[in-house]
Design a protein around this ligand. Structure first.
Ligand code: SF4
Length: 220
């Protein structure tokens, strides 16, 4: 078995299924969501908004912005479409770079309204959408097998010795695509498990002594 797959198995065995993407319905602190499931369209839209909001910020800040949007019943294409960008920026303030992100959300809504197919190429042509955002949307909202590379993935695999700091996004993604079966479920879990691993052990200052991946790691 290859190392990429073995690392996945170890992470999964130790941390269990992460069940991403985290949706507001699962935020325990929103009691009105208990037992209710939003429609697929709503879920997709929330994931798309979350993927933009999470750019350059921690998820806890995104969660606050999503909660604010949800409180105002704004997690809806039509409602956000008619909301002025400045007002939207104020509501999503907690996610940082809020004015820019409000404009990005507006650009995304324009794209969704255009009814163009949601392909990687088309997503990348939207202002403010880079590869990580595009792949997060494709994988988590549209269930297409695109592996998401983020700073944590790069950090962990560089330290382990399977990647290099200079590797480009596409090169790292290719490594996962070549070494894993194109399985949406695995791609979703693997990305989430890497985020979990970076929080638990492979932090800025890594906790290598107790790390569950240390036998694979060049840095330990
Ligand atoms: S051994 Fe250390 S550097 Fe390697 S993956 Fe674990 S925490 Fe990260």
């Amino acid at each position: 078995m290859n190392k990429i797959k073995r690392i996945y198995d170890i992470l999964y065995k130790n941390y269990g299924p992460q069940g991403w993407w985290p949706l507001t319905e699962r935020y325990k602190f929103i009691p009105e969501h208990k037992g209710k499931k939003p429609s697929t369209r709503q879920r997709k839209f929330e994931i798309i908004i979350g993927a933009i909001l999470t750019q350059n910020t921690a998820w806890k800040n995104v969660e606050k912005a999503l909660v604010e949007l949800n409180k105002r019943k704004l997690l809806d294409v039509n409602k956000l479409k008619s909301l002025p960008a400045k007002k939207l920026g104020e509501i999503i303030r907690s996610s940082g770079y809020y004015n820019q992100k409000a404009k990005k959300i507006k650009a995304m809504i324009k794209f969704l309204e255009s009814k163009k197919p949601v392909t990687r190429e088309n997503l990348l042509s939207i202002w403010g959408v880079g590869p990580e955002t595009a792949d997060s949307i494709l994988l988590y909202a549209y269930e297409q097998p695109f592996f998401v590379i983020d700073a944590y993935t790069k950090r962990i695999f560089t330290r382990i010795g399977l990647a290099h700091k200079k590797n480009l996004y596409n090169e790292l993604q290719e490594m996962f695509h070549k070494n894993l079966r194109k399985d949406v479920k695995v791609f979703k879990e693997y990305h989430a498990l890497l985020v979990e691993h970076a929080k638990r052990y492979c932090r800025t200052k890594p906790l290598c002594k107790k790390c569950i991946l240390k036998k694979f790691c060049a840095k330990k």
